[in-house]
Design a protein. Structure first.
Length: 158
């Protein structure tokens, strides 16, 4: 008898070994380099916990899990920063950024999905069809998210 959980763990491990560096670079675009490895780890653990039936494209599944983990990361960070601001009675929390602050601010205004699409398009050099396959969405959704991201970036950087 075949053990579906054992098969999935093997699939995840094999896929992770193959794509680990790319997943960390992808996560760095979504949450910053300081937290990228943690987000990827959380995503892999979440995939392992899901113990679903066989996944057709484990690479795409892992990328989607990284997008979800990055959204969770930002929600948690935003709550923590709000608590810190309240604790110091409204004093601004300085941002620690190694990139141009205008660019970082513009990227922060994008949704997690938009940052994911921008990263895969420009840093991974994927076509919209390839991005759609990796994220498990339609080509049209990728094109819309990319157009919205470009528009938002142009507005923020003017």
């Amino acid at each position: 008898m075949r053990d579906p959980i054992g098969v999935q763990v093997a699939q995840v491990a094999e896929c992770y070994e193959k794509h680990a560096d790319a997943l960390v670079r992808f996560a760095a675009t979504l949450v910053g380099s300081a937290d990228a490895e943690d987000v990827v780890s959380e995503a892999v653990v979440a995939v392992l916990r899901s113990a679903t039936d066989e996944v057709n494209d484990m690479g795409a599944y892992l990328y989607r899990a990284v997008v979800s983990a990055s959204a969770k990361h930002w929600r948690s960070q935003n709550r923590r920063q709000a608590r810190e601001r309240r604790a110091v009675m409204g004093a601004p929390v300085p941002a620690d950024r190694s990139v141009d602050s205008r660019i970082a601010a513009a990227l922060d205004r994008l949704s997690a999905q938009q940052r994911a699409v921008v990263h895969l398009t420009y840093w991974e050099d994927l076509t919209p069809s390839m991005v759609a396959e990796r994220l498990g969405v339609s080509d049209g959704s990728v094109r819309r998210q990319l157009a919205r991201a470009r528009k938002r970036l142009r507005e923020c950087l003017r």
